[in-house]
Design a protein around this ligand. Structure first.
Ligand SMILES: *[C@@H]1O[C@H](CO)[C@@H](O)[C@H](O)[C@H]1NC(C)=O
Ligand SMILES: *[C@@H]1O[C@H](CO)[C@@H](O)[C@H](O)[C@H]1NC(C)=O
Ligand SMILES: *[C@@H]1O[C@H](CO)[C@@H](O)[C@H](O)[C@H]1NC(C)=O
Ligand SMILES: *[C@@H]1O[C@H](CO)[C@@H](O)[C@H](O)[C@H]1NC(C)=O
Length: 404
């Protein structure tokens, strides 16, 4: 017994040694962009200076690198920061990064794009100013096939073990932050702002991602605060304020072929203030893919004058008429959904809308302690609508539930 304990201790000590020894030690090598050719005059394009600093930081063989953007306004055309890098990189932004006001001056999908990187950490008291105002009126893609392409503010693709802390994103042209195939990523203390009527300015959008945590974040935009798309799993959202905006949306799903399941979502301690929707799941009618949306938990959520506080819409069709309308019911299966302690006020009488697919009815929807009152703009008390839902209820129920 004693020798086993000893062997175990020896193992622990050597493991500890390995962990400590392999951690990059000492202070990072600092690359202050202003000392490497960037000008904080608000008009010189610093894109080349930034990318050359990035490649020097990224190529270093050992030790951490820190790219530092000091206070000041750094105008930046489109930039791409591409890995793989040999070591972790800290990107500290205390200044303002200013996007071109003219959208055609950004010749890529995303204004600031990170790709193929591990162990990246972005932080600072600075601001990403997308200068979207001039491009919002040009956003008419739902009726104009030749509409101009507008860039998202910051994108991450094939990025692992990374995080963003504290920075502010202001007035994006399209979405603010976009994540594709990103795994193990934390977003915390971030502020995201655009006017409530600015089109398609999603706060955080992600697809094919896993193990993402979003916490202590404040989002007010003209579209979804958070949009969760195909193939996203193990997403944890807590302490988020959302409003104005379209709420925390899963979907829209099912429109395209080859979509993947969306699973294991936790949404906790949220305030929706003046949003059009709160908790939202939208799937296209007659979808091209048959996928599963499952194991979602929504808990401790306050609704303040929210248009549609709880809204499952499996007949999604944003710009009718939709050809899908003729073709039948959604093939997206929604199941194992728990909604617990959801309270506050609804702008519409229908505070709870559970409109599921006739072909694939929602399964195991649990409602526990729901208390959402009509805020008084419409007469009468709040109501619930159920279509093709199977589930259970427990605790307080306002509006009166409609599950059978
Ligand atoms: C990232 O961190 C992990 C865990 O600390 C380490 O194994 C890996 O080598 C790091 N990669 C880079 C590129 O720094
Ligand atoms: C990132 O993580 C995913 C999922 O864990 C993995 O498949 C992929 O190889 C990782 N990428 C890199 C560059 O380490
Ligand atoms: C994310 O946060 C969790 C919990 O605070 C922590 O354990 C994890 O290491 C963080 N991951 C990254 C990539 O920062
Ligand atoms: C909700 O939004 C309104 C209008 O912007 C604001 O006055 C109010 O303080 C907000 N309430 C909370 C609890 O954040």
């Amino acid at each position: 017994m004693a020798s086993i304990t000893f062997a175990f201790k020896a193992l622990c000590v050597s493991l500890l040694f390995i962990v400590v020894a392999s951690r990059p030690t000492g202070r990072p090598k600092v690359f202050n962009v202003q000392r490497h050719g960037s000008k904080p005059d608000g008009k010189t394009d610093n894109a080349n200076a930034f990318t050359s600093v990035w490649s020097r930081a990224c190529r270093r063989e050992s030790g951490r690198s820190k790219i530092y953007v000091p206070k000041g306004t750094f105008y930046l055309g489109g930039v791409e920061f591409v890995g793989p890098c040999k070591n972790p990189i800290e990107f500290v932004i205390d200044g303002t990064l200013l996007a071109p006001a003219n959208p055609s001056d950004i010749k890529q999908d995303t204004w600031i794009n990170f790709r193929y990187i591990n162990n990246l950490s972005i932080s600072g008291s600075g601001t990403l100013d997308g200068q979207g105002k001039q491009s919002w009126p040009l956003n008419d893609c739902h009726k104009n096939p030749n509409c101009p392409k507008l860039a998202m503010t910051m994108g991450f693709a094939f990025v692992n073990n990374s995080n963003i802390k504290d920075i502010t994103s202001l007035n994006s042209k399209m979405g603010h932050f976009n994540f594709f195939s990103v795994h193990h990523f934390n977003i915390t203390g971030v502020t995201i702002t655009a006017p409530g009527d600015s089109p398609n300015t999603d706060g955080i959008k992600m697809g094919s991602c896993s193990n993402i945590h979003i916490s202590n974040t404040n989002i007010g935009t003209g579209d979804d605060c958070i949009a969760i798309l195909s193939g996203t799993t193990n997403l944890d959202i807590s302490n988020v304020k959302c409003g104005p905006g379209h709420g925390i949306s899963v979907g829209s799903l099912g429109k395209n072929k080859d979509e993947k399941d969306v699973k294991d979502l936790t949404v906790r301690d949220i305030v929706f203030n003046g949003t059009s929707d709160g908790i939202r799941i939208k799937t296209w009618e007659s979808s091209a893919s048959k996928i599963l949306v499952s194991n979602f938990m929504y808990e401790n959520i306050q609704m303040i004058d929210v248009g549609k506080p709880i809204n499952i819409d499996q007949k999604y069709c944003p710009h009718p008429p939709c050809e899908h309308e003729k073709k039948g019911e959604s093939h997206v299966q929604i199941q194992d959904l728990k909604l617990k302690n959801i309270y506050g006020t609804s702008k519409n009488k229908v505070a709870v809308n559970l409109q599921c697919s006739k072909s694939f009815p929602c399964k195991n929807v649990e409602l526990i302690d729901i208390n959402i009152k009509n805020n008084g703009l419409e007469d009468g008390s709040s109501t619930a609508v159920c279509e093709n839902v199977d589930g259970s209820v427990r605790g307080k129920m306002v509006p009166q539930h409609c599950l059978n």
